[in-house]
Design a protein around this ligand. Structure first.
Ligand code: COA
Length: 389
């Protein structure tokens, strides 16, 4: 049975910070951010644009194309995030309510740093294989926060990707064989008491590259990496330079023509991420959308590799085959318009939005609406509860 991504959509806040402005404000050379880190802009969410709102808005983007029967066949909703809004209640339940999904289904949240989206996708694929006729909705949604003036400030961002997983998918059929490894590391983490993440940036790069090399070697030994048949190789992209470093490790080990093809496609795959920044769980899948929408030369039947990395750490290399008619399921014009319509923030505006916080004493807080045009937003806190539009 072919199972994979049948629909895919993303949402991102309607405001951004230009990283040249950030470089000037922090006394850095803009080329460090633009070339050294490889990013151009980062999305800046307001309090109303939390992961529940962004996740639901991403899914709404595909729901216009779903009939009632398809909606009723969704048996599993997974929200993957490392920016959860509650220690107990799954953010998937807020999303489930906002989307008006059937009650006869499972709705859960998954966490393993930036790997969570892939954990969700693979579990969803297994669920669909085990329950023929059902579908699963996977939402990867995150807000990357390191702090004003922090080392990782330039690698912040926000957004969500929603994927509908189904039999006979219209976009990407997932191969069942993949390679995956887990190992406890302390390269990046966010303690329960902290609103900002901590990262040992250089160590994290090292673990990412080590685990990619281990995955690649194992995949090679299993015969999964015949590069002449691999049309693209996507990477988890906390910032584009990280994925580029991963790809470069193959430069001396695969034929030049294959390396050039993978590099050209890698460039298409980082275009959207360079505009919104790190989406943690959703970064790899935003890269997939970017590749599929910005590359004109891929065809149905082409094989794509995807390397997923989550600090802490889990790393999986998996593969998929593009399906006939996949372009009809994409929304390049809409996504380009979404990115182009965003408001550019000044540094003062960015710092003010970044510093705003939700009440923690149970009092009522009406949240300023960051984007009245969006279907879903966090609108109020009251009695420690969250209320959404
Ligand atoms: N022009 C071009 N490149 C420049 C430059 C300039 N003027 N100035 C610096 N650079 C390059 C550096 O050579 C370096 O390149 P390299 O990585 O290829 O060696 C790169 O820019 C970054 O510079 P560096 O001084 O190493 O940056 P930093 O100490 O500020 O750290 C990160 C950068 C990305 C490590 C840091 O922002 C971070 O920790 N971010 C969080 C990462 C993360 O999320 N990890 C976990 C998820 S996988």
């Amino acid at each position: 049975m072919k199972v994979g991504i049948d629909r895919i959509e993303f949402s991102t806040p309607n405001r951004y910070l230009d990283l040249v402005d950030l470089a000037h404000a922090r006394g850095a050379d803009p080329n460090k951010y633009l070339i050294g880190i490889g990013q151009r802009k980062m999305a800046v969410p307001t309090l109303s644009q939390d992961i529940v709102a962004m996740g639901a808005n991403a899914a709404e983007g595909m729901f216009g194309g779903l009939d009632d029967k398809e909606k009723a066949s969704i048996g599993l909703l997974i929200v993957a995030t490392e920016s959860g809004v509650d220690q107990s209640k799954a953010s998937a339940l807020f999303v489930h309510d906002l989307l008006g999904l059937p009650s006869s289904m499972r709705a859960i949240e998954i966490k393993e740093a930036c790997y969570g989206g892939t954990a969700g996708l693979q579990l969803a694929a297994d669920f669909v294989r085990a329950h023929p006729g059902t579908k699963a909705l996977v939402i990867a949604a995150d807000i990357a926060r390191y702090g004003l003036n922090a080392g990782g400030e330039v690698t912040q961002g926000a957004g969500a990707v929603a994927m509908l997983v189904a039999e006979n998918p219209h976009i990407l059929a997932l191969e069942e064989r993949s390679v995956v490894r887990s190992r406890s590391t302390d390269d990046f983490w966010r303690p329960n008491y902290s609103a900002e993440a901590f990262a040992k940036g250089k160590y994290s790069e090292q673990v990412y590259l080590e685990m990619f090399a281990e995955d690649w070697r194992e995949a090679e030994s299993l015969g999964l990496t015949q590069v002449s048949g691999l049309q693209a190789l996507l990477f988890h992209i906390p910032f584009s330079k990280m994925g580029r470093k991963g790809l470069r490790t193959l430069e001396s080990v695969i034929p030049v023509s294959d390396y050039e093809r993978l590099t050209a496609r890698f460039e298409k795959g980082i275009m959207y991420g360079q505009e919104v920044g790190n989406l943690y769980t959703a970064s790899l899948y935003l890269s997939l959308i970017s590749l599929l929408e910005r590359d004109e030369s891929l065809c149905a039947g082409d094989r794509i590799g995807l390397f997923s990395y989550g600090s802490g750490s889990v790393a999986e290399l998996f593969f998929g085959i593009l399906q006939t008619g996949y372009r009809d399921r994409l929304n390049r014009t809409g996504h380009e318009a979404l990115l182009a319509a965003r408001q550019r923030l000044s540094i003062d505006e960015y710092e003010s939005i970044f510093s705003a916080s939700l009440v923690t004493d149970g009092s009522q807080q009406d949240i300023e609406d960051g984007d009245p045009a969006a279907l879903h937003a966090l609108i109020r806190m009251e009695g420690h509860e969250r209320f959404y539009r």
